[in-house]
Design a protein around this ligand. Structure first.
Ligand SMILES: NC(=O)c1ccc[n+]([C@@H]2O[C@H](COP(=O)([O-])OP(=O)(O)OC[C@H]3O[C@@H](n4cnc5c(N)ncnc54)[C@H](O)[C@@H]3O)[C@@H](O)[C@H]2O)c1
Ligand SMILES: O=c1ccn([C@@H]2O[C@H](COP(=O)(O)OP(=O)(O)O[C@H]3O[C@H](CO)[C@@H](O)[C@H](O)[C@H]3O)[C@@H](O)[C@H]2O)c(=O)[nH]1
Length: 427
């Protein structure tokens, strides 16, 4: 099938390349010229394992452009994968979704064939039918479900293992209302062996929020128990090993530490809270989930002060800047909050991350410009009075921590075994 993907970021690029691997032809659209140029040279603008190899292998089966018209006229189905960030008050910002819908609508005006538009971005229930649909109808002069198809197909991939997740998902959720669209998406996803759940459109939108909210809740719950464990001298990882053996609970997403960051959980939980309040609900669990998560990285500083009471003038090493390992993404990384606190306390910070140092400096100039970047984890260890572990990159398991003070937010076993002084956040 001929597929176009609007927005070539973490989701758009991975999804599009996934469709290429499944035998489709893909046209990527983006407003960012740098990304377009890189994609056309078969270079991924983001770091994601396996992506570069896939882009090299399938060169010629995909291309990128700024031109919506070209992309829509030369494809049968279009996925919208633009960002849906938070506004200042936590509510969802639909600016990019609205822009993309307008451009798609304008291009569809010139097209006679039945074209299917699929919202893949995470959007609140009602957005596809109440925002995307009327914009496309107005700009195209056509009617949804009659002249063009419309669906919502949330994405559940995790960064770092995104391609694997896209090609081997736990499930595929497809929100559709018309039979033709259902057939097109059924055919497109046919090669993927996973349970396929067809729902109406707003249910598909809600499944995405409920999933992310539950996963964030699971981690905040684990961290709350973990904080109690720490005071009682109990290893919360052992506790959750025991808890997770109950098949009703499952062992996953119980890694206690400094909490969740990233481009999804923070913004999606907040957007759901705002939406709930707007419609007269008070989501007390979700609010507590966010509060626990905001306090959690501060535990690392609290523990550090037990061993280094005066931070002024001290050099503190930070291992890891990405919000999780195997990605260069720094959106809502715990490293930002932690480094900000260190600088406020007058410490010097020397940091290292295998992939995310450039992004950290660009995204957070207020702290990113005030710290030093090391060339390796060894250099951080060599130059610091104490070390904080913020992201559990595999290579941090290879470092020599002997003689060091290490405060660990993610549980790097080598540090736990070999550091002179070691503290874990919840263990
Ligand atoms: N990152 C993830 O792991 C993940 C997983 C599942 C779902 N999601 C959801 O997918 C959506 C995209 O997330 P992302 O992380 O890929 O974002 P991203 O910021 O990495 O990518 C979005 C891309 O859209 C482009 N863009 C913005 N406006 C545009 C427009 N009008 N026309 C064309 N391109 C435009 C941007 O230049 C950017 O390249 C969000 O709704 C997010 O919640 C993300
Ligand atoms: O037991 C755990 C698991 C994760 N985390 C943290 O939680 C955050 C998110 O991790 P993860 O879920 O692995 O990464 P994402 O790429 O943000 O993926 C989440 O967000 C995506 C965007 O919506 C969804 O598609 C995925 O299903 C969902 O897992 C990171 O800061 C992790 O360090 C923990 O603290 N403990």
């Amino acid at each position: 099938m001929r597929v176009s993907v609007i927005g070539s970021g973490y989701v758009g690029l991975v999804t599009g390349m996934g469709f290429v691997k499944l035998g489709n032809e893909v046209i990527f659209v983006d407003v960012d010229e740098r990304k377009i140029e890189m994609i056309n040279k078969a270079q991924p603008p983001i770091y994601e394992e396996g992506l570069e190899e896939l882009m090299r292998e399938f060169r010629g089966k995909y291309r990128a452009t700024k031109d919506y018209r070209e992309a829509i006229l030369n494809s049968d189905v279009t996925f919208i994968a633009v960002g849906t960030p938070s506004r200042e008050d936590g509510s969802i910002d639909l600016t990019y979704i609205e822009q993309a819908s307008r451009e798609i609508g304008r291009a569809l005006r010139e097209k006679d064939d039945y074209h299917v538009v699929v919202v893949k971005s995470t959007v609140l229930p009602g957005t596809t039918e109440n925002v995307v649909k009327p914009i496309i109808e107005k700009e195209s002069g056509k009617k949804a479900f009659k002249d063009f198809g419309l669906a919502m197909n949330p994405e559940f991939l995790r960064e770092g293992v995104a391609l694997k997740d896209f090609l081997n998902p736990d499930r595929i959720v497809i929100g559709v209302l018309d039979e033709r669209t259902r057939e097109v998406l059924g055919e497109l996803y046919a090669p993927i062996d996973a349970p396929k759940l067809f729902t109406d459109i707003k249910t598909a939108e809600m499944i995405k929020y409920a999933s992310n909210a539950f996963l964030a809740t699971k981690i905040s719950f684990a961290n709350e128990i973990g904080n109690i464990c720490k005071r009682l001298g109990i290893d919360s990882w052992k506790v959750f090993e025991g808890v997770g053996l109950d098949h009703r609970i499952s062992p996953y997403f119980f890694r206690t530490g400094i909490g969740w960051g990233g481009s999804c959980f923070p913004k999606d939980v907040k957007a759901l809270i705002r939406k709930a309040e707007e419609i007269g609900e008070n989501p007390i669990i979700l609010k507590a989930v966010v509060e626990v998560n905001e306090r959690q990285p501060l535990k690392l500083i609290e523990l550090l002060r037990r061993h280094v009471p005066e931070l002024r003038g001290k050099t503190i090493g930070v291992l890891g800047l990405a919000f999780k390992p195997d990605t260069d993404d720094v959106r809502e990384t715990r490293a930002y909050v932690i480094i900000k606190k260190l600088l406020e306390a007058g410490a010097r910070v020397v940091a290292y991350d295998p992939k995310a140092m450039g992004n950290f400096k660009r995204f957070y100039p207020d702290v990113g410009d005030r710290i030093e970047y090391a060339k390796s984890g060894e250099e951080v260890l060599g130059r610091s009075d104490a070390i904080l572990i913020v992201t559990e990159w595999r290579e941090f398991e290879e470092l020599d921590y002997s003689g060091k003070i290490v405060i660990d937010g993610r549980r790097v076993r080598k540090a736990e075994k070999t550091a002179k002084t070691y503290e874990g956040v919840c263990w």
